[in-house]
Ligand binder design. Structure first.
Ligand code: ADP
Ligand code: MG
Length: 676
């Protein structure tokens, strides 16, 4: 099933069909879809092709507040030992404890997933362990020694509650889950989400981008234009604390994320705050107590939500001493207008990033509870010049899409969809000269596995550093470093003769396994990439935009680096040859030797001075020309000794092989980094 693609330069580059999900334990109709949201989380099912539906708790609530309270859960010590006396409380009940226990009640932990303390650039009320590679939150009661939990564990608690709901519905038989993540989540953030699923006892079939899930729920994959189903869609997702805009392209049944954008600190909570500020003014209070603040926020939120339906609503604030007061939709609109405008600006920027005009779009999808606000709908409609798709409940649409995808993966037969995600940023390796060799290109559909064979640079080389990078730039220094490991025990072989096969395997959840294998000895080393820190949506955008901004200079820098590597290879080979065979009678007379050595010195100078590829390449060609007679004599000698007693035909074919090898050397030698 492996297809083999010849990349430029005759390299070996294979894309193999990864293990199909059919190998998984299939249980049609027994898989669930989870929207693990910043504010709310939901679970939905769509068994055996049925319409998706969300599952409620015993009280009939479908939205689970993404809040976990560790208040009074015991004073276990150590890093997230979980040795607690009481179970953490999840959901509405946890939220109610927030005012009294601001540090033990954790909300919006999604913002911390897969991130390092140094990445946290937003305000939050928690104490973080600052020595750790990944964020840990201190949930100790005041005056107690620190007690840490990770965002992964906290998310697992939320997922457990949803899993319980589903088990109840599916007779304790949940085969697996699809969990959604923002489109811009990088490897670390995805890994963290997947870990949370595992801790919660779920087999995570795959992670699915939230906008893709929403598009699936609307069946946009089946509504594309033309024979092969083409389409361009914008997904506008305004939740409680975040705004995400994604531009999707549908092509042959596959959604690609063309651009993402948004604001990770803008959402319905900000609407609440704006309205609360207004109410505070009416109540004539300067410094509200925590209890008053909580009353205000709850009243503001209730009023805001009521105003999505009604033109006017009445607010009463007992603790703040405000009698029944009318608030109108027009008043709310005026308060939130600047906020909504910010989302419109970001939406337009995303369109620009995707090089699209709004008229090219085939549809706009509304996601997130805050898109119920009439002003939001009106401004989105105006900005995109069309009525957005909003007939599926915007709170549930992502969970629905996840449920549909889960149903497909569980093995149930469903009309024609096979859905794939794409890699947001290219994955590659650093090669000699700091050049990046992209192994899996950006926007490749996943799962995917790609292999490439690299060779040694010099005979002395017995190890190879595998440096895995992510990004669009040509030089490794400008990309994000994901992992680094060493392959040792490469046999000593002439340059270009050792062959190390590198495999990149990106599974359905965009998690990466990199394996290096020396083909002669079979020595092997592999690594699962779990980067210790994550990237924000903005950073992903920045990396992509960066590569466009720097395309020209990157191209020049890559050429320069390649020229240096190639020159280095030729010089090294020549020096080795002079040392080894130069002394043999008739191989190299003193004058010629002097000339070649002088040329080598000259090349050294050019290497040091040149700031672009041309002079280096010219000098290299000169060097090769000057040393050509010497090379020819070496070759003849090697052939004579190796071919003694062979027929002319055999010698000819050996020569042809040698030529082919030389060609390959040009393309490949120099692609292994010596760890010394
Ligand atoms: P997230 O994706 O961040 O988990 P949600 O999509 O659940 O968030 O959106 C939560 C936000 O939606 C909250 O700010 C909530 O007040 C708001 N919201 C929910 N229903 C309505 C409504 N009817 N009118 C206005 N806002 C609403
Ligand atoms: Mg959401």
């Amino acid at each position: 099933m492996a297809q083999s693609i010849d990349i430029q330069g005759g390299g070996l580059f294979q894309i193999a069909e990864p293990e199909a999900p059919s190998k998984r334990r299939r249980k049609p109709g027994k898989a669930i879809g989870i929207d693990l949201g910043t504010t709310h989380s939901l679970v939905a099912i769509a068994p055996n092709g049925a319409e998706p539906r969300v599952l409620a708790d015993a009280e009939g609530e479908v939205l689970l507040h993404s809040v976990v309270s560790y208040a009074g859960s015991g004073a276990g010590s150590g890093a997230g030992s979980g040795a607690t006396t009481g179970q953490p409380v999840v959901g509405r009940a946890a939220r109610a404890l927030a005012v009294e226990h601001p540090e033990q009640v954790l909300s919006s932990v999604k913002r911390f997933m897969g991130r390092a303390p140094k990445d946290i650039d937003f305000s939050h009320p928690y104490r973080l362990a600052d020595d750790a590679q990944v964020v840990r939150l201190d949930i100790a009661e005041p005056g107690q020694p620190p007690r840490y939990v990770s965002p992964v564990e906290v998310s697992a608690r939320i997922l457990e509650v949803l899993r319980d709901r589903a088990e109840h519905e599916l007779d304790d038989d949940v085969a697996g889950a699809v969990i959604t993540v923002p489109a811009y989540f990088d490897e670390a953030q995805r890994q963290a989400t997947k870990d949370a699923g595992r801790i919660a006892g779920l087999e995570v079939f795959r992670l699915l981008a939230e906008p893709t899930a929403a598009a699936l729920a609307y069946g946009l994959d089946r509504q594309g234009r033309g024979e092969h189903g083409e389409g361009l869609f914008a997904v506008y997702d305004l939740g409680g604390g975040t705004f995400d805009i994604s531009i999707l392209r549908l092509r042959e049944g596959v959604f690609q994320v063309l651009a993402t954008g948004g604001d990770s600190a803008l959402g319905g909570d900000d609407f609440d705050r704006a309205l609360a500020g207004h109410l505070l003014g009416l109540a004539q209070i300067d410094a509200p107590s925590p209890a008053q603040q909580q009353e205000l926020m709850q009243a503001a939120r209730a009023a805001k939500e009521a105003l999505s339906e009604a033109e006017v609503t009445t607010v009463t604030l007992e603790r703040c001493g405000l009698g029944p007061t009318q608030v109108s939709r027009a008043q709310l609109d005026a308060l939130i207008l600047p906020l909504v405008k910010r989302t419109i600006k970001a939406s337009k920027a995303a369109l620009t990033d995707a090089s699209l005009a709004k008229t090219e779009l085939d549809g706009v999808v509304l996601v997130g509870g805050s898109t119920r606000v009439p002003l939001v709908r009106a401004l989105v409609q105006k900005a995109f010049g069309r009525e957005p798709l909003a007939d599926i409940d915007p709170d549930k649409v992502v969970a629905y899409g996840a449920a549909i995808q889960a149903d497909i993966l569980s093995g149930s037969e469903r009309e024609g969809v096979t859905l794939l995600d794409v890699v947001p940023l290219s994955l590659g390796l650093e090669t000699m000269g700091g050049i990046v060799e992209k192994i899996i290109p950006r926007n490749a559909t996943i799962p995917i596995s790609a292999r490439q064979v690299f060779t040694n640079y010099s005979e002395k080389q017995t190890g190879m550093t595998v440096h895995v990078v992510q990004g669009e730039r040509e030089l490794a220094d400008h990309c994000r470093s994901l992992a680094r490991f060493e392959l040792r025990g490469i046999p000593r072989l002439p340059p270009s003769m050792a062959r190390v096969e590198i495999t990149f395997e990106l599974d359905a959840d965009a998690l990466l396994t990199v394996t290096a294998r020396e083909l002669m000895t079979g020595v092997k080393q592999s690594i699962e990439v779990k980067p210790t820190y994550g990237l924000s949506a903005d950073e992903v955008d920045e990396l992509v935009m960066d590569s466009l901004d720097h395309a020209r200079e990157d191209f020049a820098a890559r050429n320069l680096a390649e020229a240096r590597v190639e020159m280095g290879r030729v010089m090294l080979a020549l020096r080795t040859a002079i040392d080894e065979v130069g002394a043999i009678e008739g191989m190299l007379d003193p004058t010629e030797r002097e000339q070649i050595l002088a040329a080598l010195v000259e090349c050294e100078g050019v290497m040091q001075e040149a700031d672009h590829a041309d002079p280096i390449n010219e000098a290299r060609e000169q060097l090769e020309k000057r040393s050509e007679p010497f090379a020819r004599r070496r070759m003849e000698r090697a052939l004579r000794s190796g071919m003694a007693g062979k027929s002319l035909a055999e010698i000819e074919s050996a020569l042809a092989e040698e030529d082919a090898l030389d060609e390959r050397r040009g393309a490949h030698a120099a692609e292994v980094i010596d760890p010394q």
